[in-house]
Design a protein around this ligand. Structure first.
Ligand code: NAG
Ligand code: NAG
Ligand code: NAG
Ligand code: NAG
Ligand code: NAG
Length: 420
């Protein structure tokens, strides 16, 4: 059986060790290399329970960020229709993160002198949290922020409990301090210094020390600018943009602050699409095609480095997999996965069009691996959630392109380009 590289990298995460390569970035270079460790031996099948945990985490994240949007702006988020309407409307929460969404992480420095941390890079949320020295057993395995050692630290005297669904919590204080990322310094950057992590974030289950959200302040639970907005507002960036290359090849992934890394993409393929609501990196998904036929057009989509797969509504996913010979469907609560015979799944990899340019998902990325040991059916990396009616474009797509998150023009936009 052939092992897809997406499956390999997916599973690599689960058994990842403590390898934390320091970011080899020089001041002013504007680069964070995001290290990705891979397990050497391939696994033959997808771990559906881990995938399910990830999808529930993603669903919760959108629930919470929409609730924060409403708390911050007083208006319901336009995409929140099926999500916020129910139960807990104003959870003071940010996304539940699990192993699958820690795929991309890099180093930041906090305070003077600098204390280093690794953080998950999440374009689908807008808060930053780290463990503090007040956090004991529950933050084991993580580096901890010691505010009294930083001459620039500022206790905002605001106690914060971030409540995640599924019981995960981060309890702490709001601090502000100088934070360096990719060679730039954000002064007076707000974040949560946690005195308690629930076990979901312990070193054993959450690889980086903390998480940095890189969407818009409209969905910040702290109601504060993200580190990228702080840098943009202070005028230190050559360009108000950051870019990512996410690669399943070890050592090739990076976040680039303040511009694009021209060596990594084919310049004349860079195509921009306007952000339709500045809360998430939300853009119009022009078309989704399968083997040349259009199966969806003009759908709302959110570009999210913190999501592994591609998520659609039930209807859109249904339309995508319709009439594929031998395809099957596994429903598990709100989540539906689809399977296609392993022999043919590659031919059904989707093409997404943004800003009139078509970008194809590789066959490997579309195939998450066998449904079970020895199965001839493979799980596709487009899944559906019954409480979303938009697309969430995660790294299954983002690994195929160079992505630019641009706030330089007054109104925000997302650019995609072919990789070199
Ligand atoms: C974003 O959503 C809010 C809430 O629905 C709405 O008031 C605002 O006009 C939207 N912005 C754009 C640019 O559509
Ligand atoms: C934090 O730093 C202060 C000042 O250097 C030191 O006294 C204290 O022991 C440190 N706390 C921890 C838990 O390391
Ligand atoms: C920060 O301020 C809060 C609220 O005033 C206080 O409870 C906490 O002890 C302070 N943290 C430190 C490390 O002094
Ligand atoms: C730092 O930010 C806080 C709120 O985030 C604000 O109250 C404070 O005035 C700021 N301090 C400086 C020196 O800009
Ligand atoms: C893809 O489209 C081509 C041309 O329309 C067709 O010949 C082929 O059978 C299709 N392949 C699949 C797997 O549907």
């Amino acid at each position: 059986m052939r092992f897809s590289s997406s499956l390999t990298s997916l599973l690599a995460l689960i058994s990842i060790t403590t390898a934390r390569s320091p970011a080899p970035h020089a001041r002013g270079e504007g680069i964070i290399r995001v290290p990705l460790t891979r397990k050497s031996e391939a696994a033959a099948r997808v771990d559906l329970s881990t995938l399910k945990a990830h999808l529930i985490g993603v669903s919760n994240k959108y629930h919470q960020t929409f609730a924060a949007f409403e708390a911050n702006t007083g208006a319901a988020h336009p995409l929140s229709g099926r999500m916020v309407s129910s139960t807990t409307k104003r959870d003071n929460g940010i996304p539940l993160t699990n192993q699958l969404s820690t795929l991309w992480y890099g180093e930041i420095g906090v305070g003077i002198p600098e204390q280093k941390f690794s953080v998950a890079i999440d374009t689908g949320s807008s808060d930053l949290f780290l463990p503090s020295v007040l956090c004991h057993e529950s933050c084991q395995g993580h580096r901890k922020y010691n505010a009294t050692q930083s001459s620039t630290s500022n206790n905002e005297s605001e106690s914060i409990t971030l409540t995640f669904r599924g019981g995960a919590t981060v309890v702490g204080e709001e601090y502000s301090d100088v934070i360096s990322i990719g060679g730039y310094e954000a002064t007076n950057q707000s974040f949560v210094a946690a005195s308690e992590y629930s076990y979901h974030f312990s070193g054993a289950s959450f690889l980086p020390d903390g998480l940095v959200g890189l969407a818009f302040k409209q969905i910040s639970v702290l109601k504060k600018p993200t580190i990228f907005e702080t840098l943009s507002d202070s005028g230190v960036l050559p360009k108000k943009m950051f870019s990512v290359k996410l690669s399943s090849k070890s050592g090739e992934s990076e976040l680039y602050i303040g511009g694009t890394n021209a060596g990594l993409y084919v310049e004349d393929t860079l195509t921009y699409t306007a952000v339709t609501n500045e809360s998430h990196w939300q853009v119009n998904l022009e078309t989704v095609t399968r083997n040349g036929s259009t199966v969806s057009s003009n759908a709302a989509s959110i570009i999210d480095t913190g999501t592994t797969v591609i998520i659609a509504s039930d209807d859109e996913a249904e339309a995508y997999f319709k009439d594929i010979p031998g395809s099957g469907k596994i429903k598990n609560g709100r989540i539906t996965y689809y399977t296609i015979p392993c022999e043919t799944i590659g031919t059904y990899a989707p093409t997404f069009t943004f800003g009139s340019r078509a970008f194809k998902v590789s066959e490997d990325a579309f195939n998450f691996g066998g449904e079970s040991d020895g199965s001839n059916n493979c799980v596709a990396s487009i899944a559906s959630l019954s409480n979303v009616d938009f697309w969430i474009i995660g790294d299954v797509f983002l690994r195929n392109v160079y992505t630019v998150f641009d706030m330089s023009e007054g109104s925000a936009r997302v650019g995609f380009a072919e990789l070199v």
